[in-house]
Design a protein around this ligand. Structure first.
Ligand SMILES: Nc1nc2c(ncn2[C@@H]2O[C@H](COP(=O)(O)OP(=O)(O)OP(=O)(O)O)[C@@H](O)[C@H]2O)c(=O)[nH]1
Length: 398
């Protein structure tokens, strides 16, 4: 009898120990520490409690509606099933868009073009008039150096050619403005897929410049060019941004890789997006980023890490910086900070429809030495146009 009692006590003890252990195991597996990432890790990341190597991260790719597999604090990357997407829209063809949107550009920049033409067409151009010309250019955000260059060139030509013939003045101004805008820059923004992997475009810029909207519009542009596109919502700072991006993608049948967790690791989402892009053999993967400008070191850490993680399986072929044309000098300052942090290869200038400061195109290109590739001219889904130097200058002058 005492033996039986001892046996029962031992059994109860064993069950109790197993129960506590099991509960602890569940807690551990369900509660990833705040700082752990589901994606690949860099050497400078904090030590993980449970390491998820790139291969293991595959487990976190799931379809919407599927039961969450892991802890809620860990980012879960979702790949919407293509079958769930609504019937895809057919976006407007890309070329010729600037012609359609030209009126908007011309409308907001009347002061620049028309003002200059009126000033230059006067019978006598004295110093006061030259001052006014200079002021007009500076007010249009052309920048000091290009303004001086343009005024000097115009002074020289007016001296030789005169200013009586309006057509001649128009042509003269057109030629000189065109030189500043530089039609020789490579503005191609429709990349080809690499033989074994997609072309990867990283899109950077501060919140509110129109970055997510621009990626959505660009997805349409690329789809209109028969490209297979996949979006990566690595702007995890604001969860709604990922939803917004996915909605843009859904409209044209483009999948989006995103995390449902606010503040999930952006590099992890970028990694998953590129991997999905490789697996699905798409042509182009576009990665949205948050790029908060709280300080340069933070920005450098975030964007640098996203880039490094992408480069574990592909190359970052293009870094597009999105800038809001209405912010003037502030935009230039932003551009400078981003250019110091990442290798910006092209610029998308948004909200050019809402500003008379078309000269910002020249100032930004000069500042960064990279071309403006696309311009945003409205809130409509197809109000993004490839930048064309000649059409742009013509719109300013007409
Ligand atoms: N008029 C005009 N509005 C634009 C243009 N591009 C974007 N917008 C508007 O600018 C606002 C901000 O756009 P978002 O795409 O949300 O900006 P964001 O930079 O991605 O901001 P976050 O998502 O917070 O990172 C939206 O209301 C857009 O419709 C443009 O070219 N012209």
């Amino acid at each position: 009898m005492p033996e039986q009692l001892t046996l029962i006590i031992i059994l109860i003890a064993v069950v109790a120990v197993l129960g506590i252990g099991g509960a602890f195991f569940l807690l551990r597996s369900n509660k990833a520490p705040k700082d752990t990432y589901t994606g690949p890790r860099d050497s400078n990341d904090p030590a993980p409690t449970a390491t998820l190597e790139p291969e293991a991260a595959e487990a976190s790719v799931s379809s919407p509606g599927a039961a969450p597999e892991t802890a809620l604090e860990s980012p879960v990357v979702e790949m919407p099933e293509e079958t769930e997407a609504p019937a895809a829209e057919v976006p407007e063809p890309v070329y010729g868009r600037l012609a359609r949107l030209r009126a908007r550009l011309a409308k907001s920049n009347t002061a620049l073009g028309k003002g200059l033409l009126a000033l230059l067409s006067q019978d006598k151009i004295d110093e006061d008039v030259w001052d006014e010309i200079e002021e007009t250019l500076l007010l249009a955000d052309l920048g000091t150096e290009p303004t001086m260059e343009l005024v000097d060139a115009l002074r020289e030509r007016v001296k030789v050619e005169g200013s009586r013939d309006p057509q001649r003045v128009h042509d003269m101004l057109r030629e000189e403005l065109l030189k500043l805008v530089d039609p020789t820059m490579d503005r191609n923004f429709i990349p080809e897929r690499h033989k074994d992997r997609p072309n990867v475009i990283m899109v950077v810029g501060v919140n509110g410049v129109g970055k997510t909207t621009t990626i959505g519009k660009m997805a349409r542009v690329l789809v209109a060019e028969n490209k297979d596109v996949l979006l990566g919502a690595a702007d995890t700072f604001r969860a709604a941004a990922a939803e917004q991006l996915a909605t843009w993608g859904d409209r044209v049948g483009v999948p989006t890789v995103k995390s449902d967790v606010d503040g999930a690791d952006p590099a992890s989402v970028a990694f998953e997006a590129v991997r999905a892009g490789i697996e699905q053999e798409v042509d182009i993967v576009m990665i949205d980023t948050a790029g908060r400008l709280q300080n340069k070191v933070g920005l450098m850490d975030e964007l640098g890490k996203i880039k490094r993680v992408i480069e574990k399986q592909a190359t970052v072929d293009e870094v597009l910086l999105v800038l809001d044309a209405t912010t003037g000098q502030n935009g230039l300052t932003q551009a400078k900070v981003f250019a110091e942090v990442v290798n910006v290869t092209g610029i998308v200038l948004t909200k050019l429809d809402g500003t008379a400061k078309g000269g910002i195109v020249v100032a930004i290109q000069r500042q960064l030495g990279v071309p403006v590739k696309l311009v945003g001219l409205g809130e409509g889904p197809d109000d993004l146009a490839p930048f064309d130097a000649e059409a742009f200058v013509d719109a300013l002058l007409d």
